[in-house]
Design a protein around this ligand. Sequence first.
Ligand code: G16
Length: 543
Amino acid sequence: MLERKALESLYEKHCKRGFTYAYGTAGFRYKADVLDTVMFTTGVLAGLRSIYLKGQTVGVMITASHNPPEDNGVKIVDPRGEMLEQSWEKHATDLANSASQSFTSFEQKLQELIVKLQLNSNAHGSITVARDSRESGPRLLTAFKTGTLVLPNLLVLDHGVLTTPQLHFLTSKANELPKNTSIDEKLYYQEFLSAWDEIAELCGIQSLPYALTIDAANGVGAPKVKEMLSQREMFNNTFRVVNDDWKTPSALNHLCGADFVKTNQKLPQGISNDTRAEHINCSFDGDADRIVFYYCDLQGQFQLLDGDKMATLFAKFFQELTQTAHLQDELALGVVQTAYANGSSTRYLEQVLGTPVKCTPTGVKHLHHEAVKFDIGIYFEANGHGTVVFSTKFSQLVDQKLADASHSTSAHKALQILSSFSKLINQTVGDAISDMLGVLAVLSILKWSPQKWDQEYTDLPNKLIKVLVPDRTVFKTTNAERQLVSPVGLQDQIDALVAKFDTARSFVRASGTEDAVRVYAEAATREQADRLASVVGELVEKY
Ligand code: G16
């Protein structure tokens, strides 16, 4: 490691004192002006993590995803493309908070970590980094890169501006492919477009069955999805991207994007209420790791097809394919949701499809870990964050059966489709672009309109609101965030309110990405859901 004076000089370049950081739902996320210190220490931490993992590449994404333009943040990605192992979240937080105190405490904490983890700080490590389109990105990237200089033998590959899922994907590829392979976003386009080509050929898809409008939240997803879809003739004239002004940072997520559409349950700016059945819309969030779909019914009413609808669509589709391939008894298929999942979606999965459903706390890191316990693990948060993961057993069985010529033509085709879908879906993390192609492929194969997809079950009316409180950390939950344990007595008051409404449910939890408490309510009618959210919100405001 560097000698003390050099270390101190790097520290003084970026670290400010006095802020206390907490590791949230998806890494550190705050107003950009307080992030320099934690970006510097994340440079060090990512290096330590790579050294700990014997030089495997660790990814770092500088983004605040769905948050407003003045925020920023950082997500750390482990070598296989998944979120940082949870035991390391504490190391990341401790290192950031020590640097926030003083140089001496940072130096001590760093030494302590090196000893505790038995690391050779001069060993080789590798980091891959990217950022979204935020104005503060370049400044925070500099702080991050300075942090990586603390450990002398780190190789840092800067990909510039990418979507978050592209960075997850490239991190996994950096560890999977031979060392001299050039790792860049072309790999991403090639991988998913070839999987799309395979499915299109197998299923005779010659063009998209719907005119597709993509709201890119004025974020990095705009140039990336255009670049990708423009590589295939079949997409020409069938898609258009609105809210694509990613070069104007103040426009990011403003009146548009997946979070706006899901929370407000209405069209984003730039999309009109087109009632044609052959039209479908979708919205990405600021770093393109979430997507929701929607359409307008014949009465011109906005209808949302959110993460729950995607989970159920994939569950039904994969269930039918495994049955046709005679693999239903050998492969375990399951869905993972959070407390935000609409009660109707859970009932549909369990009672109509007979699919096992697990519930975890909010955060991809929780859902992903539960989903990998299945051979086909489908996980989606209602907000549109999710993907499908396929086990090694899945790949082995499908390959084995494909090599065996004794089964029927329909079983063979089902096996081929299953195999191609496992390549079309970005298994490392929720990915707006890859999920979009996955959904479009399923709808094209089933010949389903958005209306038909929506009719599988009817959502219970629901409402999500944000409440500002003096200290959100007093709100602590249990039972996969469905019940509050603190403030004491508040849950009983919520339960008493819920009992006054029909088929109702409500829960309260502190956001891990914004300084707010979220209140969710669902009930038999729209009026009741709105009213319940509002009375629970008023209760929360008193704390
Ligand atoms: C992140 C997480 C998601 C989570 C969302 C909101 O998404 O990756 O799993 O649902 O934050 O979390 P919270 O309710 O704790 O604020 P993103 O797209 O903002 O990175």
